[in-house]
Design a protein around this ligand. Structure first.
Ligand code: KG4
Ligand code: ZN
Length: 352
């Protein structure tokens, strides 16, 4: 069986195809990052209109790369939320049209479930087979960290999720993006902060919000702490026009911020996984691309850790196809009234 997954919840138009064993046959991603970078964040209407232009060529390229015919597709899966409403509508309606044209079922996918299942999609350099067998006997702890979400989710059986805790304010990726703006770095902020933090001088640590031992998170206080220190150090508002003489100061502050986020995410995930008697920990979402976070979790966790390769961490169609496969096997079929679940959290937002 082959399942085609469509992802358009934010600023990536992506189509992936997996086979019945979860092997990735194609994963084509058209990113709009450069288009939104000039605005310092995602502009929702610009995003939807770019999806309209990209969805068909991306889909055709995926089928070609997979080396299959249209008739070899047995089901179409699409993200129906949470995400930007105008962006979701493009992918979901395209999926409805495609499933009608091919005469195959339509399967809706929750974007966050999709991120988790990115870890199960099999590629040449990533095979979760040993983990696969553990699902069902013991739960798996999933740390889902993206631009819109920061969640600890317990995977109890395939397709069965229990939300243990989430952020009370900013998502981890959102904090990376906003702190990057404070420091005068480009959008998206995550990769930029990682870049400047590597090799940065040690500086005084920033606070950590432990949230009284709950499974919740908070990053807005940390963001304010960065802003206050940036002001005290005389690097805010940032001077982005001239060659920066203060790059070591910026790098030190970026590193202190990243260290704080990584420490909280890793410590709380491991504690929750031990408490819930988990078989392992899965790290997914765009922020899972962060090298410091990956290395810290891998070195500190006493339990096995699975982290997908970078192309399966940030938004992509293969993870939606993979999650769609699980939903399909669980008997999910969606009719034409499947609607989108908008999330107002993502998009251009105030500076801090
Ligand atoms: O999952 P994703 O691609 O889209 C959403 O569903 O939000 O995540 C995007 C987020 C952005 O906030 C971006 O700054 C962050 O992931 N990100 C990173 C890194 N690469 C992407 N954050 C930290 N370090 C990175 N290397
Ligand atoms: Zn995402």
């Amino acid at each position: 069986m082959n399942i085609l997954g469509i992802e358009t919840s934010c600023d990536e138009t992506s189509v992936g195809i997996v086979d019945g064993e979860g092997r990735v046959l194609a994963n084509v991603i058209a990113t709009q990052v450069d288009i939104h970078a000039r605005y310092g964040g995602i502009v929702p209407e610009v995003a939807s209109r770019q999806h309209v232009l990209d969805i068909r060529p991306v889909c055709e390229q995926a089928v070609e790369e997979a080396g299959i015919e249209w008739g070899d597709i047995d089901a179409v899966a699409a993200t129906h939320g949470p995400g930007l409403a105008g962006s979701l509508i493009v992918g979901l309606n395209f999926a409805k049209g495609l499933s009608a044209a091919l005469g195959v079922p339509l399967v809706g996918v929750n974007h966050m479930d999709g991120h988790v299942y990115g870890a199960w999609a099999r590629t040449e350099d990533h095979d979760i087979e040993p983990f696969q067998e553990l699902v069902g006997e013991q739960p798996i702890m999933c740390l889902v960290v993206s631009g819109g979400h920061t969640e600890l989710v317990l995977l109890e059986a395939h397709g069965k999720f229990r939300l243990l805790g989430e952020t009370r304010d900013d998502a981890a990726g959102e904090a990376f993006d906003k702190v990057a703006r404070v420091l005068g770095l480009r959008y998206p902020g995550g990769p930029e902060i990682q870049r400047v933090a590597e090799g940065a001088p040690e500086t005084e640590a920033l606070p950590r919000a432990w949230m009284n031992g709950t499974d919740e998170f908070s990053f807005s206080g940390l963001k304010t702490a960065v802003l206050n220190r940036a002001r005290a150090l005389g690097i805010y508002p940032p001077n982005v026009t001239e060659e920066r003489a203060d790059s070591q100061i910026i790098a030190g502050l970026a590193k202190a911020f990243q260290d704080s986020v990584v420490d909280v995410l890793v410590t709380k995930s491991i504690a929750a996984a031990k408490r819930e008697n988990c078989a392992g920990i899965v790290l997914v979402g765009g922020v899972a691309a962060n090298r410091a976070l990956r290395e810290s979790l891998l070195s500190k966790s006493p339990l096995p850790v699975a982290i997908p390769p970078l192309k399966l961490c940030t938004d992509n169609g293969a993870m939606i196809a993979m999650s769609g496969l699980v939903n399909y096997r669980n008997g999910r079929r969606d009719d034409w009234d499947l609607d989108v679940i908008p999330s107002l959290r993502i998009g251009t937002s105030s500076l801090v």
